[in-house]
Write a protein that binds this ligand. Structure first.
Ligand SMILES: [Zn+2]
Length: 255
């Protein structure tokens, strides 16, 4: 499995893009501004989009991506998989024929251009040879983390979350975990803000990593721009034995 980090920052600036991870070219996990890093032909090969939640940094690229994907000759609609609250927010606030067209009602040559599938936390679905599990996490809006398996390798993705009691047992329940992409947004000095905004800081993530039975490569993401080095050093100090690395925009993870 090859996972490309199209976007993994907590904000935008030159070289920084928000949450979007591409799995083997066909499955997109989150659709932040990183989606725009792909060439048009690569965009049009994406069949499934799994969204962690409805916050703008995780969906900002979705409306324009769906528009650009219209030239998907002979391919079925782009399917957006997310929990019901996320799909409701998209339909009410984005694809509402005011901010952007309702592409689920616009017919292309092979049916509607966009389809929605509801995910229930705890559920796993099979698409295109992969199994993807939805994990409830604790954010300021209903949110999911995911595990993704191709039958050989598994990677986990936290999405946005503060400390919680659901992500770690769900990952421990997998037979193996090769890589974990996990958010840590704020430095320890801003722990109160991190807690209030539903995010990890190094202290809280370090404590929760003690509960992970596996020893995956851990890639940290979603750091506030300009704070990356401070946050990473604080996390390394709190979990010195874990295999940590900072994820960069455009980086390819091969499992
Ligand atoms: Zn969020």
């Amino acid at each position: 499995m090859r996972i490309q980090a199209l976007g993994c920052s907590g904000g935008i600036a030159k070289g920084l893009r928000t949450s979007a991870m591409l799995v083997d070219g066909h499955i997109l996990i989150d659709a932040g501004t990183g989606v725009g890093e792909l060439p048009l032909e690569a965009l049009r090969r994406i069949d499934h989009v799994f969204l962690t939640h409805a916050h703008l940094d995780h969906i900002a690229g979705l409306p324009l991506f769906v528009d650009s994907a219209q030239g998907r000759d002979g391919r079925p609609p782009v399917v957006v998989h997310a929990r019901s609250e996320t799909l409701d927010a998209l339909q009410t606030h984005i694809f509402n024929d005011v901010i952007w067209p309702d592409f689920s009602r616009i017919q292309g040559p092979h049916g509607p251009l966009l389809a929605y599938r509801t995910l229930v936390p705890g559920q796993s679905v099979s698409v295109a040879g992969y199994t993807i599990g939805a994990i409830n996490v604790a954010h300021t809006v209903p949110a999911l983390g995911f595990w993704v398996s191709d039958g050989v390798h598994t990677f986990g993705f936290s999405g946005d979350t503060r400390t919680n009691d659901s992500l770690w047992p769900a990952l421990n329940a997998r037979a193996a975990l090769d890589a974990l992409v996990v958010e840590v947004s704020f430095p320890n000095e801003q722990r109160r803000l991190a807690d209030a905004a539903g995010h990890y800081c190094p202290e809280t993530l370090g404590a929760d990593l003690q509960r992970l039975d596996h020893d995956p490569s851990i890639w940290v993401t979603a750091m506030k721009p300009g704070e990356e080095a401070v946050i990473f050093d604080q996390l390394r100090a709190s979990v010195p034995r874990r295999r940590l690395a900072l994820l960069h925009t455009g980086q390819m993870l091969s499992l």
